[in-house]
Design a protein around this ligand. Structure first.
Ligand code: NOJ
Length: 489
């Protein structure tokens, strides 16, 4: 007699799902591709555009960039946007995520002087996408801060909150009647931890262990202001959604049966992700972060914690400012607990503690931080579900880099196969509310301090050809087929 235990039932069910028609993306699940302004547009000073911190870095300090290049022309999408739309259409995507260059709209970064040519550029692009049945998803800030704010300390200066709010209101006014999905910020961790609120360690004496937190503090307030402006002044007419994208690198305990490792890995998750997510999806910074920085500040004989405090009113203003959660995911590490009670030069890395390392058997790619570890995507999705009451999630970036001009990009195909499968497992087996997945990126582009040395595109771009010719890689057919069949093959 066959006795069906709970375990065998689960096993039968998941095998049935894997092998059948039902192992498919739900009907309301949306696929997309993503890019950002500085990485693709070029036209850095075209038709009245103002200067951003990345224009300045690319011109004056391109020694910081692996191949000494800049984004002056990039993929030339400022001129080739129609072709980009056709490429997205060929893929059959529901979404095309772009970012606005703040300085193309407000060349000075502040005030009310709007650049009509910039408005025209984005209006044409948005209209073309809509005509072709593709929903434009707009990120307001994808790292190209107006240079005006640089001498003021960028995101570390609280005055920026109002300036960002002004820019956000301008964007909602100009484009909001056509846009249903807005993103305030892309990857606060990169903005505040990697770039310390400016770009690429510009100021050698930047106060580490302080700057990162000032940046996060102001960025979270700016996000909340933009959310409330949308909510109060635009939502009822425009009926869109607005949120933030937070990069989530997963930390796995080196030894899951060692409570110290488990605690250290969790602490890394809180410093990488929770520090931005918790004030929005719950309230205030995570307790683990507050306590740890207070403890280290005390060790350093400081009179108070290096982590700024939100007032009660600020906590309440930030809490709940999301209509869904955007997640970018690339990196996985193991974390081992280490004894780091000694006082060293403070930084967020020291505050986060633990020792991170990757498993040498994990498959890598040309970007050193990306390993092909799909189970970590499933884990972090479950972590969000369990920690924040199962919000709607859109995976707004996930991707794989080649280091050379590969057209037969089997590595990328395999990457999408296993990461999309992990996404399906999270949805169908774990009940996580994942509503969309966007590939990074539609085409090869300017990969920040790695210049053109890393290629993330589904489409190849020839950067030595003045025409910036685009050619589909093998992964185009693969991704297209996933979208068409709503299943992984
Ligand atoms: C995340 C960033 O949003 C994007 O700009 C970058 O190109 C990708 N990661 C790949 O590194």
């Amino acid at each position: 007699m066959l006795i069906l235990t709970e375990f065998t039932l689960v096993l039968i069910l998941s095998t049935r799902l894997c092998n059948s028609q039902e192992w498919k993306f739900p009907v309301d699940f949306k696929f997309g591709v993503a890019t950002s302004a500085y990485q693709i547009e070029g036209g850095w000073n075209a038709d009245g555009k103002g200067v951003s911190i990345w224009d300045v870095l690319g011109h004056n300090r391109s020694v910081l960039v692996e191949d000494g290049s800049n984004g002056d022309v990039a993929c030339d999408s400022y001129n080739k946007w129609e072709e980009d739309v056709m490429m997205a259409k060929n893929l059959g995507v529901d979404y095309y995520r772009i970012s606005l260059a703040w300085t193309r709209i407000l060349p000075e970064g502040h005030g009310t002087k709007i650049n009509p040519a910039g408005v025209d550029y984005y209006s044409k692009l948005i209209n073309k996408l809509l005509e072709n049945g593709i929903e434009p998803v707009i990120t307001l800030y994808h790292w190209d801060l107006p240079q005006f704010f640089s001498p003021l300390g960028g995101w570390t200066n609280p005055v920026i909150v109002e300036y960002f709010a002004n820019y956000a209101r301008t964007a909602f006014t100009l484009f909001g009647d056509k846009i249903k999905t807005w993103i305030t910020f892309n990857d606060p961790r990169e903005i505040c931890q990697t770039f310390k609120g400016l770009v690429g360690d510009v100021t050698p004496n930047f106060p580490l262990g302080v700057a990162e937190y000032l940046c996060s503090h102001n960025l979270l307030k700016a996000h909340a202001e933009a959310y409330h402006i949308y909510d109060k002044e635009f939502r009822s007419k425009q009926n869109g959604k607005i949120s933030i994208i937070i990069d989530f690198s997963w930390s796995e305990p080196a030894n899951a049966s060692n409570p110290e490792d488990v605690r250290a890995a969790e602490q890394n998750v809180l410093f990488d992700f929770g520090i931005y997510a918790n004030p929005i999806l719950d309230v205030d910074y995570p307790k683990g972060v507050i306590d740890r920085i207070a403890e280290r500040s005390k060790l350093e004989n400081l009179p108070e914690s290096r982590l700024p405090k939100f007032t009660l009113a600020e906590k309440m203003r930030i809490k709940g400012t999301y209509d869904f959660l955007g997640i970018n995911h690339y990196m996985t590490t193991y974390t081992r607990a280490v004894d780091n009670r000694q006082v060293t030069r403070p930084s967020i890395e020291v505050d986060a503690g633990g020792e991170r390392f990757s498993d040498p058997t994990w498959e890598g790619c040309a970007a050193y931080w990306i390993k092909v570890v799909p189970w970590s995507l499933r884990r972090l999705l479950n972590w969000i579900k369990n920690t924040y009451h199962n919000p709607d999630i859109i995976i707004t970036e996930s991707g794989y880099a080649d280091g050379s001009e590969v057209l037969e990009d089997d590595g990328r195909i395999n990457y999408y196969r296993v990461y999309l499968n992990a996404t399906l497992q999270a949805i169908l087996e774990d009940g996580v509310n994942v509503k969309g997945y966007m590939a990074w990126s539609l085409m090869d582009n300017y990969e920040w301090i790695f210049g053109y040395t890393l290629r993330f595109g589904l489409y190849h771009v020839n950067f030595t050809d003045p025409n910036r010719t685009r050619t589909p890689k093998k992964s185009v057919e693969y991704f297209k087929n996933v979208i068409k069949t709503r299943s992984i093959n």
